[in-house]
Ligand binder design. Structure first.
Ligand code: PMP
Length: 354
């Protein structure tokens, strides 16, 4: 740290992204990427756009915004496209939290919420998950803070029905509720239709998971026209050209091949259930994940030990040190071959350890 760093930032603990190792032949199941490449259309549209990189991109992302609006059934003025959904989450913290209006989110959830809160000097409340690692929505009713709920939650994968989340939205009419739906395409149901009914709801989604575009950085938010205006104020005050030309073109190509996305989602859901069953048969406790990852612990072998045993066998999963979840590992759902390799590696570890 230099001696010039703002006093405000000296204690900031940045987000630690999952490892992106350069090891050959590694089965990478640690950052919830898709095992499938993006659509051919995404790749060819991006390549064509590369020819025009001397020009700034459309700051309004008109064509892509229209296509997203069509996909999710809202008006284009109710959509804002961002550089990954991380960016729209950051915008939401900037727009709707300050020293007076604090944030509330679960104690076990996407780690970036806490970082955004700290970055903005926002007070925040971490609401404990219940003993089954579920979000207890009653804790949020009438809390009168800006609420962030990942649905499905990460890293548990547990999904809450929109009708239940609606009660939280309804009971906090003077606070924004942000529903982070990064993983909703793997068997969940979106809260987006509720934006027509509530002016305090912002739903965020990403192209990083179900749409195989983590490397392109593309996300979006859906909310009332007024909310989108607020978030645009922040966008135009920080980075008006937040989506580069190639990403914008790739996103459009991907949306024009929705059947491919849906087929991949179905394969991932099938592979998830297959792996959950196999792990349960081996004695693991697995949460009821509706995401593209599995959250699993073994009653007799610690999470770190399993993580390391898998790593030694060139399989990378995500382990968290937080006390409540350190016995678990979060395993991204990959291809059937990758899942079979994982299951075989786990069997070897169990043979060694038990
Ligand atoms: N929300 C959740 C719950 C996530 O796990 C992630 C991915 N790390 C994100 C948002 C952000 O994803 P991206 O910025 O790639 O859209």
């Amino acid at each position: 740290m230099s001696r010039f760093l703002s006093e405000r930032l000296k204690a900031l603990e940045p987000y630690t992204p999952g490892e992106q190792p350069q090891i050959l032949n590694l089965i990478k199941l640690n950052t919830n990427e898709s095992p499938f490449p993006p659509s051919q259309k995404a790749a060819s549209y991006a390549a064509a756009e590369a020819e025009k990189l001397q020009l700034y991109p459309d700051p309004e992302c008109r064509r892509l915004t229209e296509e997203i609006a069509k996909l999710v059934g809202v008006d284009p003025c109710e959509v804002l496209v961002t550089n990954g959904s991380d960016e729209i989450l950051n915008f939401a913290f900037m727009a709707y939290c300050d020293s007076k209006k604090g944030a509330a989110f679960p104690d076990i959830t996407y780690g970036f919420y806490k970082v955004f809160a700290q970055l903005g000097g926002v007070s925040y409340t971490e609401v404990p998950l219940d003993k089954d690692l579920k979000i207890n929505l009653d804790d949020y009713k009438g809390i009168n803070k800006t609420i962030f709920i990942a649905n499905p939650n990460a890293p548990t994968g547990i999904f809450i029905e929109p009708e239940e989340i609606e009660e939280v939205i309804k009971s906090n009419p003077d606070s924004i509720v942000v529903v982070d739906e990064a993983y909703v395409d793997f068997g969940g149901r979106s809260c987006i239709p509720l934006i027509k009914k509530y002016d305090n709801l912002l739903v965020t989604q990403t192209f990083s998971k179900s749409r195989s575009m983590a490397g392109a950085r593309l996300g979006f938010g859906v909310g009332s026209k007024a909310i989108i205006q607020d978030l645009n104020t922040i966008k135009y005050s920080t980075n008006p050209y937040n989506i580069n030309r190639m990403t914008m073109a790739a996103g459009l190509g991907q949306l024009l091949d929705e059947e491919y996305t849906q087929a991949n989602c179905k394969t991932i859901c099938d592979n998830r259930e297959y792996t959950k069953t196999a792990l349960a048969e081996l004695g693991f406790e697995v949460t009821d994940s509706k995401a593209n990852f599995i959250f699993a612990k073994h009653p007799k072998i610690g999470g770190e030990k399993i993580y390391q045993g898998l790593r030694d066998r060139k399989i990378l999963v995500r382990h968290f040190n937080a006390e409540r979840i350190c016995d678990y590992n979060r395993i991204t759902v990959g291809t059937r071959e990758q899942m079979d390799a994982l299951i075989n590696a786990v069997k070897e570890i169990l043979r060694e350890e038990l």
